[in-house]
Design a protein around this ligand. Structure first.
Ligand SMILES: *Cc1c(COP(=O)(O)O)cnc(C)c1O
Length: 378
């Protein structure tokens, strides 16, 4: 059986988790959390990175930090995970979905401006498959209209756009360290921040509305309840698991890229023959091999493909059901403009097995099975 995903494990996770327990610091913001945060700050060149309990909670924090009021609008793609939308619904906003580009499956930056109204406050680019949205255009539009940009970089850890880390480009960047992502701590995430005021407010929001972080730095004499908040800090045991992987982040990245590149080369003839489409990586983007997908001719072919692969014990999956057509999407938002690509393209997309440490023979078996499915003699 070749699983669709295997949670990342690089070797020292158990040792570090044991250390966290022996440190007698198993709650949040212990030594391993600090190591992970400092590593991210250095590597992704941001003043502050806060570890969170999930990618969803990083998005929740970002949405709350945008200071939205009831009736405010947020622009996002419909082709994304529910968490992208939930964060802004919980913060009281209305969702305005915009179509995607068929080449990257990312929000179509040329359709954003037309969706802006006087109620718009935030644009949420989702970097699908770890391949960047067209950020210069999005940041330029946001700047001209005075809008915040919250990057859903849940899939984009270690990817770049024009040399800059995804998650570091907008006002807020959100990472996920779920077990299905490139780097994991079971459940977890991170929020990347820039401004001093945002950093201070984020620390308070994350620490149950108290200025406990300032207290620990010796900046205030005692800590107090100063604003609304919640508990968004993960246990240091989880951070210890993540640290084992961040320490070897380049190795994980290269290993995944080897699988991605092998798939990509092997399927080029199928694309040339017009049988499938492969992912596109725009010139300014360096990706992290978060995902490898192909696009079948249509929904019927995709269904047959997944069944064919399952018979050969190879796990292939599809996603997402476009949010604007889901019950909650209908309740909380609207689609602006034409749905030219969102539904049609998501119906055709299927993801192949992709994980750290995938064996070469397994990768070759996946490739052979895909080629078999499309063999005209079959
Ligand atoms: C995984 C993911 C999330 C949520 O992250 P969790 O850590 O599972 O909460 C949000 N957005 C996108 C695009 C994701 O892929």
């Amino acid at each position: 059986m070749i699983s669709f995903n295997v949670p990342p494990f690089t070797g020292r996770e158990m040792e570090y988790m044991r250390q966290a327990v022996e440190n007698l610091h198993i709650s949040g913001d212990g030594p391993f959390t600090k190591k992970c945060a400092e590593w991210m700050q250095g590597r992704f060149r941001v003043p502050r990175a806060l570890l969170t309990t999930s990618g969803s909670s990083a998005l929740d924090m970002a949405a709350l930090l945008c200071g939205l009021r009831p009736g405010d609008e947020v622009i996002l793609p419909s082709f994304t995970f529910s968490s992208t939308a939930n964060a802004f619904v919980l913060a009281g906003a209305r969702l305005v979905f915009v179509d995607i580009r068929p080449d990257t499956m990312n929000i179509d930056e040329t359709k954003i401006e037309d969706a802006i109204t006087e109620k718009t406050r935030v644009i949420v680019p989702v970097h699908y498959a770890g391949i960047s949205c067209e950020m210069d255009t999005i940041l330029e539009i946001a700047g001209r209209h005075g809008l915040k940009v919250v990057e859903d970089a849940a899939q984009g850890v270690m990817s770049t756009y024009k040399g800059k880390a995804l998650g570091s480009l907008g006002d807020f960047g959100c990472f996920s360290f779920h077990e299905t992502k490139n780097y994991s701590m079971g459940e977890g995430g991170a929020l990347l921040l820039h401004g001093e005021e945002d950093i201070l407010r984020a620390e308070i929001l994350r620490e149950k509305g108290t200025n406990r972080s300032q207290f620990f730095r010796g900046q205030v004499a005692k800590y107090n309840w100063v604003d609304f908040g919640d508990s968004f800090l993960p246990s240091d045991m989880n951070a210890a698991y993540l640290w084992a992987q961040l320490e070897r982040a380049d190795e994980v990245n290269e290993d995944r890229l080897a699988t991605w590149n092998a798939y990509h080369a092997a399927f080029a003839p199928l694309e040339e023959a017009g049988r499938i489409q492969r992912p596109t990586v725009p010139a300014d983007c360096v990706h992290n091999a978060h995902m490898y997908y192909i696009k079948c001719r249509d929904l019927a072919e995709r269904t047959a493909f997944i069944r064919f692969m399952a018979e050969r014990e190879i796990g292939c999956v599809f996603h997402y059901v476009p949010l604007h057509s889901a019950p909650a999407g209908l309740k909380f938002g609207r689609f602006h403009g034409e749905d030219t690509y969102t539904t049609a393209e998501s119906d055709r997309l299927v993801r192949l097995p992709m994980y750290y440490g995938m064996k070469k023979e397994d990768r070759e078996r996946v490739i052979a099975s895909v080629l078999d499915f499309y063999d005209p003699r079959r």
